[in-house]
Design a protein around this ligand. Structure first.
Ligand SMILES: Nc1nc2c(c(=O)[nH]1)N=C([C@H](O)[C@H](O)COP(=O)(O)OP(=O)(O)OP(=O)(O)O)CN2
Ligand SMILES: [Zn+2]
Length: 153
């Protein structure tokens, strides 16, 4: 039985600001994020299964990532709820803007950890999340690998 990694790529436009940062990213700004999601498993060998030959249907993976991440984060602005940016966030929400309040500084590193938890919670038991790559700009990205995490992963 072969073990195969399959990857689907997504993109979404999201605003954020890094509160307390010592550079231009302390300002509210946005990125055209690119997210690559790689899962690992065995292709289905049962010829009567409609998903014969697939680790997971790309379409099913797309539904999970779209509902957990893309549809929520696209054209939203992410703020750390534990900083004074909460006031700005509340004001924007009052004006019907799409705001996401998170428990963390919204760096690529922390966002990719958040995304890993969201995606893992939705994958069928026999499919494992292998890795995520979150690209913030053409030259900057963060990667999450299951193999790099603590033993309970
Ligand atoms: N380790 C991290 N460093 C920075 C992050 C981050 O998430 N993790 N984020 C930022 C800012 O969000 C910034 O928007 C992106 O930074 P940078 O790659 O420096 O963007 P530039 O467009 O200025 O860089 P180029 O070299 O022109 O692509 C900052 N740091
Ligand atoms: Zn940024």
């Amino acid at each position: 039985m072969s073990t195969i990694r399959i990857t689907k790529q997504f993109s979404f436009e999201t605003g954020h600001a890094l509160y307390g940062y010592d550079g231009k990213c302390k300002n509210v700004h946005g990125h055209s994020y690119k997210l690559s999601v790689t899962v690992i498993g065995n292709p289905i060998t049962d010829k009567t299964n409609v998903k014969y030959g697939m680790v997971i249907d790309f379409g099913d993976l797309k539904k999970i990532v779209k509902s957990e991440i893309v549809d929520r984060f696209d054209h939203a602005t992410v703020f750390n709820k534990n900083t004074p940016h909460i006031e700005l966030a509340k004001e924007l929400e009052k004006r019907d803007h799409n705001v996401i309040l998170v428990e963390y500084q919204p760096t690529s590193e922390n966002m990719v950890v958040d995304f890993s938890e969201k995606i893992k919670s939705r994958l069928p038991n026999h499919i494992k999340l292998h890795s995520l790559k979150l690209q913030e700009t053409e030259s900057s990205f963060a990667e999450w690998y299951a193999s790099d995490q603590e033993p309970q992963e």
